[in-house]
Write a protein that binds this ligand. Structure first.
Ligand code: SAH
Ligand code: SF4
Ligand code: F3S
Length: 448
């Protein structure tokens, strides 16, 4: 009797499997989608083969991302023909952009859910289950998303917290404002409540998410980003606060001062510059100059001498000449970033840059990328070497993926540290590690 009940339970518990591409915002959306599936009785499964529902949360920021995702969607066709009851969903930015065209390209998709419809997954899945028809849920823009969407976080000590949706900047290369809509800030009280609840469940580090966190609050004339940071700083149990992404134009003295006066906000500034050439920055509609940016970095380094600074750079924006690129190389040598995330410019149809006439050859973009990475890797290694012999505070994340006898964690400046596990250090602990050997991407150390 008991056994057959167990079997029944096993059969009853439906499994979902999710695949996420793109930025942290998408990771956080996946957690909300998963939260809603749990409300419908689905549990997270281990693999695609045994899943009753698979959703792919997509990104379309570059063509390469889209191509990879089309490949993944194609793979699901075989699973669907083996199991016709399998529900296949496509969510996120590509769903928002391509809408019903996705059904045409991949008829095995059961539902398409846009970025403004994240909170409607329960209804959409019920509709699919009941009607066995394809369901399209993509609206154009949104009133504010409900603040309390059920969220199934991966657990652990770190959590993403979305503080605002959308982007108003319309950088000329970028698709994000078209697929995420205009800026909408969540209320301070809702954000604080969420963080208090996270803290109560053992979360010690929160990363605040938005495409341009520094313009938080501009849409509702309430608290600004610095005010929000100061409020979060007071939440008991939270030990580290991170945020991304900062737009250099909107980073200001008040935010720098707030970070300086706080013990919890980490000294890591991710300030995407995109190009080191004023002409290109203007064409990109970034709203700042190289001179302004350098002054900003100077202010940060004066206020917080140990801060780390990272950036994003695009190679081969339309019209970028070898001379323009040389200015970018000069800039990265002058700033000395801890790390730079580099991308080949990718044409996104519908954006102004896609129709600019002077597109750069792929081979030139690739050459520039390599030249830039060679310079940047040296700089990163040199900065990391300055950590050798020093003792740093690390928040323990857990065993290293490749070697379970070693543990990893991060410094406040967001550097990955690896050490031999000694004793009882556990996920979430703040420990002191002495750095013994620096590499380009990681610091090796020993517990002291
Ligand atoms: N809101 C953030 C970043 C969003 S996208 C910001 O403004 O910084 C992340 C990065 O992808 C960008 O910083 C940019 O470097 C890169 N990116 C965006 N659109 C791109 C495109 N069309 N081609 C290549 N890289 C792009
Ligand atoms: Fe895209 Fe620019 Fe907005 Fe960032 S700030 S999401 S790069 S439009
Ligand atoms: Fe990609 Fe959408 Fe994020 S396009 S980078 S997943 S906002």
């Amino acid at each position: 009797m008991t056994e057959s009940n167990n079997n029944l339970n096993k059969i009853d518990s439906k499994k979902f499997f999710s695949i996420t591409y793109g930025c942290q915002m998408n990771e956080n959306d996946t957690e909300r989608l998963a939260g809603q599936l749990r409300c419908l009785g689905y549990e997270e499964g281990q693999d695609m083969e045994s899943a009753d529902l698979i959703f792919i949360n997509t990104c379309c920021v570059r063509e390469s991302a889209e191509n990879k995702i089309y490949g993944k969607i194609g793979e699901l066709k075989r699973l669907k023909s083996n199991n016709p009851n399998l529900i296949v969903g496509v969510t996120g930015c590509m769903a928002q952009k391509n809408r019903e065209k996705l059904f045409k390209r991949a008829p095995h998709i059961d539902f398409i859910l846009g970025t403004h419809n994240v909170h409607q997954l329960i209804k959409v899945v019920k509709d699919v289950e009941e009607s066995k028809q394809q369901v399209l849920a993509v609206i154009d823009s949104a009133e504010e998303m409900p603040s309390s969407i059920p969220t199934a976080r991966k657990g652990g000590v770190s959590a993403w917290v979305t503080i605002m949706y959308g982007c108003n900047n319309f950088c000329t290369y970028c698709i994000v404002p078209y697929v995420r809509g205009r800026e909408r800030s969540r209320e301070v009280v809702d954000i604080i409540e969420e963080i208090k609840q996270l803290s109560a469940t053992g979360v010690k580090e929160v990363t605040l998410l938005g495409q341009n966190v520094n313009s938080y609050g501009k849409d509702n004339n309430g608290a600004d980003f610095a005010d929000l940071l100061a409020e979060i700083d007071k939440v008991d149990g939270i030990e580290r606060i991170r945020y991304m992404t900062s737009h250099p134009r909107d980073m200001n003295d008040k935010v720098i001062e707030t970070i300086k006066n706080s013990n919890k906000i980490c000294e890591h500034f991710h300030l995407p510059i995109q190009s080191g050439c004023n002409e290109i920055l203007k064409e990109m509609n970034r709203g700042y100059t190289v001179e302004y940016y350098k002054e900003l970095v100077q202010k940060i380094r004066t206020a917080l001498p140990n801060a780390s600074i990272t950036t994003d750079l695009i190679m081969g924006f339309p019209g970028e000449t070898p001379d323009h690129f040389a200015e970018t190389l000069e800039l990265i040598k002058a700033i000395k970033y801890d790390a730079a995330y580099t991308f080949l410019y990718s044409k996104r149809s519908g954006t102004p840059a896609a129709t600019m006439l002077n597109q750069v050859e792929l081979s030139d973009k690739k050459k520039r990328l390599q030249a830039l990475m060679a310079v940047q890797n040296d700089i990163s290694l040199n900065i990391n070497k300055s950590y050798e012999g020093k003792v740093v505070e690390v928040m323990v994340e857990g065993p290293s993926k490749s070697d379970k006898t070693r543990f990893t964690g991060r410094t406040r400046t967001n550097k990955i540290v690896i050490w031999d596990k000694q004793g009882d250090e556990a996920t979430g602990d703040l420990i002191n590690v002495k750095i013994t050997k620096a590499q380009t991407w990681v610091l090796n150390g020993e517990l002291i």
